[in-house]
Design a protein around this ligand. Structure first.
Ligand code: FCB
Length: 447
């Protein structure tokens, strides 16, 4: 048996836009993902999050489900436009009421809440004023964060400011592959800086207000390996790593952007004002790591600004997932060691890890998902090794509690350990959920 440390926090994660639905009910404002998905060309099958898992109306049953699986913690996100329909200003009482009830239900069930303030669904009104490319959005986020801290201090134990600022800035503003759909590399860098700055402001407000709980941020971090020991490949890999990981880890934990990278991208550098880096690098209580993949990087003449070609790799015996992603469990251990050795010793939580596979339900909607069990198991073993090696890893959240709206891929990929039948909204735990329950109950993995 591979035992985990006592008190290891076992959980599952979701995000507001991916599960809630009720996109325009009870006074909720429009988010950039409402706007984006309502353009039929943007999402697979023209799917939208209008209904999603209808969690907004089924929340008590969903919390009961979380409890029945024995999860110790639940990571969800708060929809900013649901609680502040205009982005700033007057709060929407019905929106807050929903999260009041969710948090109370969780606490009643003995489940530790971890809330993400921004899991991508920026209020559209703020996008109309420039979104994350505008410095004014930093102030708006700070005000929103204060509202949430005031209301949930002492109830929500873990507050994460942002989920995956890399995805928001680079995919949203740099490569136009996510909402808001802008392709401008300079804007991506500026958006990244504003996201980090708003994180810092929120941390400052949290400390000054003396709120209870812990504050951190969730980053998507990959493991990067050069395709060969050719110096050009090594340098290209370093650039890719700096853009994807160090652009976020370094300002938060060292108070500076990676210098070589800034020099490489020249005029695309973000505008940074005096005091910004101090705000960004204020001490936080935990780091959330979303790990999905390992990249092999080589030098490429046609590799755009970075002159790099990056591809996901799979460890021997692992194919690719329904997302087309490689599977590389040992990368998780390497990544955790790398963070611990180079950036921080504060508690780390794996805030997302999981896989979309082709699920074949039986007549009762039950899915025998051995592939997902293998995936989670191998990643947990990698995490276990990292702990043995001294990494301060405190918990693991599987992505996702249930099948949901997978952004531009719509409802096609299924990441849940619980199946959702979108016709009836019936939830059916998959074999992986039953297996995961067992892992939690014994706080360990069988040999
Ligand atoms: C992450 C997102 C999460 C989910 C998974 C599959 O990048 O944070 O919302 O879509 O990927």
């Amino acid at each position: 048996m591979y035992k985990f440390p006592e008190g290891f926090l076992w959980g599952a994660a979701t995000a507001s836009y991916q599960i809630e639905g009720a996109w325009n009910e009870d006074g909720k404002g429009e988010s950039i993902w409402d706007r984006y998905s309502h353009n039929p060309a943007m999402v697979y099958n023209s799917d939208t999050g209008d209904v999603a898992c209808d969690h907004y109306h089924r929340m008590p049953q969903d919390v009961a489900l979380i409890k029945s699986l024995g999860l110790k913690a639940y990571r969800f996100s708060i929809s900013w436009p649901r609680v502040l329909p205009s982005g700033i200003g007057t709060a929407n009482p019905k929106g807050l009421d929903f999260y009041d009830r969710l948090v109370d239900e969780l606490l009643k069930a003995g489940i530790t809440p971890m809330a993400t303030l921004n899991h991508w669904d920026l209020p559209q009104v703020l996008q109309d004023q420039g979104g994350w490319n505008a410095r004014s959005t930093v102030e708006a986020f700070a005000e929103y964060a204060r509202l949430i801290f005031e209301r949930y201090s002492g109830k929500i134990k873990f507050f994460a400011t942002h989920n995956e600022p890399w995805v928001i800035s680079f995919m949203g503003y740099g490569f136009a592959t996510m909402a808001p759909g802008i392709a401008d590399y300079s804007q991506a860098l500026q958006a990244a800086h504003h996201l980090l700055l708003s994180h810092g402001k929120a941390v400052q407000i949290f400390r000054q207000g003396g709120y209870h709980g812990q504050i951190g941020i969730v980053l998507n971090l990959g493991h990067y390996v050069p395709a060969s020991d050719n110096p050009q490949d090594i340098a290209a890999c370093e650039r890719q790593y700096q853009q994807d990981n160090a652009m976020f880890l370094s300002p938060i934990f060292k108070g500076e952007y990676p210098l070589n990278f800034l020099q490489w991208i020249k005029h695309h550098q973000p505008k940074v004002e005096g005091g910004d880096m101090q705000l960004i690098s204020q001490p936080i209580d935990f780091l959330g790591v979303n790990y999905y993949m390992t990249h092999e990087v080589s030098y490429s003449q046609n590799g755009g600004l970075l002159k790099s070609k990056s591809q996901m790799i799979s460890a021997p015996g692992w194919g690719t997932t329904e997302m087309g992603w490689g599977v590389y469990p040992p990368g998780l251990e390497k990544l955790l060691l790398h963070i611990s050795e180079n950036y921080t010793k504060i508690p780390i939580y794996i805030t997302e890890n999981g896989t979309a596979l082709l699920d074949t339900p039986d007549a009762n909607q039950f899915v025998m998902d051995r592939g997902r069990i293998n995936f989670i198991r191998e990643h947990l073993l990698a995490a276990h090794q990292a702990i043995q090696a001294g990494v301060n890893l405190k918990g693991y959240f599987v992505w996702s509690l249930m099948d949901n709206f997978e952004w531009c891929q719509g409802y096609r990929p299924r990441f849940g350990i619980v199946r959702v039948d979108y016709n009836t909204q019936k939830r059916t735990p998959k074999q992986s959920a039953l297996w995961y329950s067992q892992v939690i109950a014994q706080n360990g993995i069988n040999d």
